[in-house]
Write a protein that binds this ligand. Structure first.
Ligand code: ZN
Ligand code: ZN
Length: 669
């Protein structure tokens, strides 16, 4: 019997791994996934190495090894160690997020590749001559970088509809000519089949999808096939950044600005940043693609740490849509007027219907109205467990909390004073749906949002109908903004553009700019020109002006100036320490005590502590949330502070109190 150290996904006090016995005949290689007993349970763990010293307690035997085996490659194990170190997470948590848990221990014949396999054939991407001048120029640079076998990072900065996919498709073909593999990261599962199809059509045969809704066994199959070099290209969401490869040459991060790349719970890694680190370690090429790059990425470009490849025009000479701003403060009133749709938008919708074209209406808010208020006593219906008001879902006659999912029946009278004078405040997408149905009774209308797509396959069917022209107007939340390509959409209406602008988060303007540019980009992708109508109560806001002008660089300059002054990312580094618990007083006391010890650790270091303060939404699901923000102009100062603070952060707590560490937080809400 040999002894091995195994990383297991349970909270361990300081120890990185537990020791187990493994039968000698089971060559215990480093990185091997094994099933091990922990208390009454059996969990999947990863062998980190041999243990020479027999401990003075009884050592348990491992329960089993999956067949075929699943092995974390040395390169990947090192990457996981880097992630654990940088994000102050435990290695076992990182491995748990990174490596699939095999479905079981049954022996069966390994399937070579999860997708269909073709006798191998040369890949024939669409002819190079079909690319426009800028696409060809970008491709030449990327091909050179892929061939060089040295690290290169590039921002592929192309307006919506500029043909970014065609460029990295050719770059992947170049990687393949040198027997290299390509990984394409996409922010959402819904976008992955569309992306994979374009590679299939170009002749890529050994391809696979990898995302969280695959069954454990399917994930394990893709994992093994990638490690064995049996796949040339994988399209996947966030955790695909941890797939093993034989010869990974190219990593593309599509829509690199998307916050879905950052994981919300431990390990709180950012897949784009991990992709950059991985490419650097491998001597590979990282391509970050976007029409609205994150400030982080564009700052890299400005600092000369990332190459810039521009695609300033749409393919086939199609124009960018024209954008008109409607000021919602001065709109006509009267019986015919709509409360939420200004005259320009109503007229444009009528025109679209007449010409048998299609429109997308966008409002980033679910439900019918955002709050229910009693006009008798002023009471607003609020969730008992969260610090927010209930959203009214009139179609189901319910009040719904969007944070914890609590549901209440919508009563005809006020719960407090029994008055029947109830007021629906604020506007949600379902209210717009009613309004548009009233104004255009003959139009075929569909809604795409979280509520309409809860049933499996519902999203695909709504999108499929719209693509086939069975729907005239598609209404939706941010789900309609993402990457879809509908050639018959000539009008995009943004119902209220400034909804997210005043959230207490320093990225609010950036997110608004990105979302508006993305949704505007859905218009005019076919042969007919597109029009965007942007309704707002704040037409002079710089972020809206820049979005209307579709001018990212103007937006960057303005936003960068503010962030630089406040030392916010990307001109400073943030670390958020969140203290949570059910008992409010305990949370406040612990946050205060923790902050005091952090302050003494920070003394003399180039870091600044803000707080402790309640988070802007101070209670979610019955949990009180306070936070401490730490800001520094220097990454190394921040990292060394964090190292020194770890004992305090991981120290003993009052029962029921949890402390979470978020390095480079995406949201401070
Ligand atoms: Zn009342
Ligand atoms: Zn709630």
């Amino acid at each position: 019997m040999a002894l091995v150290r195994v990383a297991v996904p349970i909270p361990l006090a300081r120890e990185e791994a537990l020791v187990y016995e493994i039968p000698e005949e089971d060559t215990p290689e480093v990185g091997l996934r094994v099933l091990v007993p922990v208390g009454p349970r059996r969990v999947w763990g990863t062998v980190l190495g041999l243990e020479s010293k027999r401990p003075d307690f009884r050592v348990l035997k491992i329960s089993g090894i999956p067949e075929p085996r699943l092995v974390v490659t040395p390169e990947l194990l090192e990457l996981c160690r880097w992630v654990a170190d940088y994000y102050a997470a435990s290695l076992s948590d990182v491995l748990q997020a990174a490596v699939p848990s095999p479905g079981g221990l049954t022996r069966r014949a390994p399937r070579s590749a999860p997708e269909e396999e073709t006798a191998w054939l040369a890949v024939a991407p669409p002819v190079r001559e079909a690319l426009n001048e800028e696409q060809r120029a970008a491709l030449t640079v990327l091909e050179g970088a892929v061939r060089s076998r040295e690290f290169g990072a590039f921002l592929l900065f192309g307006v919506t509809g500029s043909g970014k996919t065609a460029v990295y498709l050719h770059a992947a073909a170049e990687a393949l000519r040198g027997s290299g593999q390509t990984l394409i990261l996409v922010p959402e599962i819904a976008l992955s089949p569309q992306t994979l199809d374009s590679f299939r059509r170009a002749g890529f045969g050994r391809v696979a999808l990898y995302h969280s809704t695959l069954r454990p066994r399917e994930r394990a199959d893709v994992w093994r096939a990638a490690a064995a070099g049996e796949l040339d290209l994988i399209v996947g969401t966030r955790s695909a950044v941890f797939l093993p490869f034989r010869n990974l040459r190219l990593i593309v991060v599509d829509e690199e600005q998307d916050s879905a790349y950052k994981q919300d719970d431990a390990p709180r890694y950012h897949a784009r940043d991990v992709a950059l680190v991985r490419a650097q370690r491998l001597g590979g090429v990282a391509v970050l693609a976007s029409a609205t790059p994150s400030l982080e990425t564009f700052a890299r470009v400005k600092q000369g740490r990332c190459g810039l490849l521009r695609l300033p025009r749409r393919i086939d000479g199609r124009p960018l849509p024209t954008v008109r701003i409607t000021d919602l403060r001065h709109r006509a009133s009267g019986p015919e007027a709509s409360r939420f749709l200004g005259a320009p938008l109503v007229e444009a919708l009528a025109r679209t219907l007449e010409r048998r074209e299609q429109a997308i209406l966008f409002l980033n808010r679910r439900g019918h109205s955002t709050y229910l208020q009693c006009r008798g006593c002023g009471e607003v219906a609020r969730c008992d467990r969260c610090d927010v008001s209930y959203t009214v879902h009139l179609a189901d006659q319910t009040l719904l909390c969007h944070y914890c999912g609590a549901v209440r029946k919508l009563a005809p009278t006020c719960a407090a004073c029994k008055a029947s004078n109830l007021w629906f405040g604020g506007v949600g997408i379902q209210r717009i749906e009613r309004e548009v149905t009233r104004l255009f009774p003959l139009a075929r209308i569909a809604r795409l949002d979280f509520d309409a797509t809860r049933k499996r396959g519902a999203a695909a069917s709504i999108l499929g109908d719209f693509r086939m022209g069975k729907t005239d107007f598609l209404l939706g939340t941010q789900m309609v903004a993402k990457g879809f390509d509908f050639p018959m959409v000539t009008l995009v209406g943004i119902i209220v553009a400034d909804l997210q602008l005043y959230l207490p988060d320093f990225r609010a303007a950036e997110r608004t700019f990105q979302l508006l540019t993305q949704v505007a980009g859905r218009a005019g992708r076919g042969d007919r020109a597109g029009e965007v109508i942007l309704q707002t109560y704040d037409p002079d806001h710089p972020a809206l002006r820049c979005a209307a002008a579709q001018d990212f660089e103007m937006f960057y300059e303005q936003e960068a100036a503010e962030r630089r002054e406040l030392r916010y990312p990307p001109f400073g580094h943030l670390l958020e320490i969140e203290v949570r618990g059910v008992k409010r007083e305990r949370v406040i006391r612990e946050a205060g005590a923790l902050c005091d010890s952090l302050r003494s650790i920070a003394r003399g270091a180039d870091v600044e502590l803000l707080g402790p303060a309640p988070k802007p939404i101070a209670r979610i699901k019955g949990t009180e949330r306070w936070h401490i923000l730490i800001r520094s102009g220097s990454r190394s100062a921040m990292q060394s502070f964090l190292k020194r603070a770890l004992p305090a952060l991981h120290g003993k707590r009052t029962s029921g109190i949890h402390v979470a560490i978020d390095v480079d937080p995406r949201h401070v809400l």
